[in-house]
Design a protein around this ligand. Structure first.
Ligand code: ZN
Length: 148
């Protein structure tokens, strides 16, 4: 192989691993083929504090996107990575629940505000949140009363 940059003095073992693309002998602790750049095996997932911080922030603030790295870490062989993945998924679930809850509270709040703004006459007690026919009747009656 011309242009090969295999370290000099490296004696290949009989059962040595070879690159699938350029067939040079590679060591089993190399992540990339030094000759052609082919990925030989997946680099270990980083569990550094900074990487964890990034993953947790992603899980908290962009809930659905935390699932992808979360799953990748969860199914890693490394115990630390598994833990990071579990935390990511938990944060994603919690964040999703919180987002849905906040949305519901906001919608309810807007509904109440709108009802206040849309109440046509002062002093009318009309509960828009309920579909009770009694309330509609009371509303109609109170409008009629106020018109008398
Ligand atoms: Zn190669």
């Amino acid at each position: 192989m011309e242009n090969s940059i295999v370290p000099t003095g490296y004696v290949p073992q009989p059962n040595a691993l070879t690159c699938q693309v350029c067939h040079i002998v590679v060591r089993n602790n190399w992540y990339f083929c030094p000759n052609c750049g082919k990925k030989l095996k997946n680099a270990p997932l980083s569990t550094s504090a900074w990487k964890q911080f990034q993953l947790y922030i992603l899980s908290i603030f962009l809930p659905p996107f935390g699932l992808i790295p979360g799953m990748r870490y969860l199914f890693d062989k490394n115990g630390n990575a598994k833990l990071v993945g579990t935390i990511c998924l938990l944060l994603t679930v919690l964040s999703s629940i919180l987002t849905i809850w906040i949305t519901m509270v906001l919608v309810q709040q807007i509904n109440i505000e709108l009802n206040h703004a849309l109440t046509p006459l002062p002093g009318l007690q009309y509960n828009h949140g309920s579909s009770n026919t009694n309330n509609s009747m009371n509303y109609t009656n109170s409008i009629l009363k106020s018109l008398q």
